[in-house]
Design a protein around this ligand. Structure first.
Ligand code: HAM
Length: 425
């Protein structure tokens, strides 16, 4: 019996994990500079945490949830996204108390699960790097969050990105727009796809996001949310645009953008790339927005929130297409070469002592001839080799060679670690 990984999942192999660690490392450093702290929430939550927040008409809830009843009969969902779980944790742990500094800024990275049709950059288990910030309604924070996403992608060296911006307004704007959309779409009701027919009265905004080509044709002339904003929502949006201009961040307003999750209002944005990995099509690598009202929806006090999620697989596809090999920190300090079985115990001891001192060290385990061991040392890109033969063993010394220059010298086995600590400083 041959086993294969489930459809839409991927193994991250040792040759690939360095790129993941690099991207995650850049993210951690950046988030620390912007004063975001890590939060880790469960990979599964009660079904309602997502069904109540993502929207009952969204694809995520209606088609893509990995949900099941556990042995205790609880309805469980593998998280399709990070925001709802973080909001649940925010409320449950009372992170809104008066003693908590506002905004409360958190980040997370980890796997998410959606039952989607797999393709390049679309998996059933995928990974997000995400942030959420709670407790501040100011457009300054919207812009800080967007600027941080852009800063992150720039630090990784990405170029040719497109930022799409829109607003969904406040509750009042949405109500007026919803009615305008229903009025516009109703004459076309019979022509709409089955999904859109159902969404027309439940959540007409979803129709704008339909994948169906004929639906897309119909909504081309639909009214724009921008014509239904209340003065307060308009002011929020104008201020976001002003501040983005202030920071020199280029964007395009896309009044038809709605996002696949229902909890958004005010600012929404997507950052896209048309790297070759996606066949020239624009693919969203980062997406987010404001979700004032979501905390109340899950039973917490009135608290505004905003955040984004970045798809790590998509990010890596773009990076590989644009930059090839990513910088990795995989230096081997020393390869210890043992000549003859008698030196086995000595090489074992030296390698162990070096590692205990924080020096990266490796050796041969297959009793190979010196030539083979030296070949391995160069293949592993070792900075030094340390050779112990019978003569050296008798003198309690080793031959130290710097690979780049070929310089050799004898060192005493007794203080070899100290020697390296000096050398590698
Ligand atoms: P989202 O747009 O559903 O938003 O996902 C964010 C990003 O995750 C996408 O832009 C994409 O890069 C990646 N992604 C989504 N689905 C897949 C998939 N099946 N395979 C690979 N990558 C995928 C959210 O999840 C929100 N929680 C973002 C957010 C945080 N909004 C506010 N705070």
């Amino acid at each position: 019996m041959k086993y294969q990984k489930p459809k839409g999942t991927a193994d991250i192999l040792p040759t690939q994990s360095a790129a993941w660690q690099y991207v995650e490392g850049v993210a951690r450093k950046l988030f620390n500079q912007y004063r975001y702290h890590e939060i880790r929430t469960p990979m599964f939550e009660n079904y309602e945490v997502f069904s109540r927040t993502s929207g009952e008409t969204s694809d995520i809830v209606t088609k893509e949830m990995y949900d099941f009843n556990d042995k205790g009969g609880r309805h469980i969902t593998l998280r399709p996204e990070g925001t709802a779980g973080v909001v649940r944790a925010f409320i449950e742990n009372k992170l809104y108390g008066p003693e908590v500094q506002k905004p409360l800024k958190v980040y997370y990275m980890g796997p998410m699960f959606r039952y989607e049709r797999p393709q390049s950059g679309r998996l059933r288990e995928f990974h997000q790097i995400g942030v959420e910030a709670f407790g501040v309604d100011s457009p300054d924070l919207d812009v800080e969050v967007m600027a941080m996403a852009v800063d992150f992608l720039h630090r990784l060296g990405l170029s040719g990105l497109r930022i799409a911006l829109n607003t969904l307004g406040d509750v009042e704007s949405r109500k007026a727009y919803r009615q305008a959309l229903i009025d516009f779409l109703t004459p076309y009701e019979a022509e709409l796809s089955d999904d859109s027919k159902e969404r027309l009265h439940k959540n007409p905004l979803r129709v704008l996001d339909s994948k169906d080509e004929h639906d897309q044709e119909i909504v081309k002339d639909a009214p724009s949310i921008l014509d239904y904003l209340t003065p307060a929502a308009q002011e929020h949006f104008d201020q976001v645009k002003r501040l983005l201009d202030e920071l020199g961040i280029e964007y395009e307003v896309d009044p038809n953008m709605v996002r696949g999750l229902d909890y958004y209002n005010h600012t929404i944005f997507e950052i896209m790339s048309n790297a070759q990995a996606f066949g020239g099509k624009w693919m969203t690598v980062c997406a987010g927005g404001r979700y004032n009202g979501l905390v109340e929806q899950l039973g917490g006090p009135e608290t505004p929130g905003i955040g984004f999620g970045i798809g790590v697989e998509r990010l890596l596809l773009i990076l590989e297409a644009e930059q090839g090999n990513l910088p990795t920190d995989d230096q081997l300090d020393v390869y210890v070469v043992g000549i003859g079985a008698e030196t086995d115990a000595a090489t074992l001891r030296v390698v162990q002592a070096l590692r205990q001192q924080g020096i990266s060290a490796d050796r041969d385990y297959l009793a190979r001839k010196p030539k083979g061991q030296f070949k391995t040392a160069s293949r592993l890109n070792a900075r030094y080799t340390l050779t112990i033969g019978q003569q050296e063993l008798a003198n309690q010394t080793a031959n130290l060679k710097e690979m780049a220059t070929g310089t050799e010298r004898q060192v005493s086995l007794a203080d070899v670690e100290q020697h390296f600590n000096e050398l590698l400083k």
